[in-house]
Design a protein around this ligand. Sequence first.
Ligand code: ACO
Length: 322
Amino acid sequence: MRAVIKGIGSYLPEHVMTNAEMSKIVETSDAWIQERTGIQERRIAAEGQFTSDLGYEAAKAALSDAGMTADDIDLIIVATSTPDLTFPATATIIQEKLGMKHGAAFDIQAVCSGFIYGTHVANALLRSGGAKRAILIGAETFSRILDWTDRGTCVLFGDGAGAVLIEAIDDAQENVEAGILHTFVRSDGRHRDMLYVDGGPSRTQTVGHLRMLGNQVFKHAVTDIAQVMRDCAERAGVKISDIDWFVPHQANQRILNAVAKRLKLRPGQVISTVAHHANTSAASVPLAMDRAVKDGRIKRGDLVMLEAFGGGFTWGAALLRY
Ligand code: ACO
């Protein structure tokens, strides 16, 4: 069995918050933010608009792209660190919004690596017969967990959602070349204090705010992302130089540039949306991939590497033929 991406979609909230608007909230400047991160603007969810609302819109777009309805799918996985509620899973809220009364739905929590972890899990379930068609969604409202007095973090993040529809296909019968070729995920809990939220139901009974040692995270991210992509490609029996497109987690343009330099990637091979989306955590990879598919860069048959790094630390990569 192979897990093949049949549809992709995304959704961004309407409100565009520019760096100029940000500089009215904290002492910062467009020049500082652009020079250190490449970010020009980010989207912010409206009052009363929740992670499930963003994820639902992205799921509908992926279903429509695949020419399918909720009746055709039997699994929903949502990668998020900003669920609507502590429980139930945001995936079940989206399931109800889609009018889906069958199948199963659950959330995955791996912070910014959530979509890669979700790809890892969906691939395993689809290939082993655990489901036939899954919608994998990355959806976040990080604006709700930011400390809007901390200029070192609040300028970096935004809200959004992206989704893919993945189908299990018997390649002996259908002779397909497309599909997820390999996924490789890692974590190292020793570094959890470098990037975390200082609240939660069990410890504080509060939601908490994002805390980060930015320059420490930066160093680990560059080293670990480059290594996990090498490992994923090697395990798939593919050379980095054979890969057409790289769709990274969109945290910081300087991280993307540093990783591209280490892996000697060709100019233009790395999809970047960080200037307009900022860091949307688990939503950033499907948002960026959707952009590159819709504007015609990523085509059917292309070899695509997805990667991400986030709190935990967690990190990982997924290699697929689109
Ligand atoms: N505007 C203006 N000045 C600022 C701002 C701001 N928004 N934020 C920090 N500064 C100041 C600091 O106060 C400091 O001033 P000082 O020298 O007078 O003390 C100075 O800028 C330098 O601060 P640093 O934190 O050392 O700046 P650095 O070059 O490391 O850039 C940044 C900070 C952009 C956060 C960088 O470290 C980074 O991108 N790290 C990676 C973070 C990341 O991508 N995290 C997400 C990955 S995982 C996930 O997505 C959840």
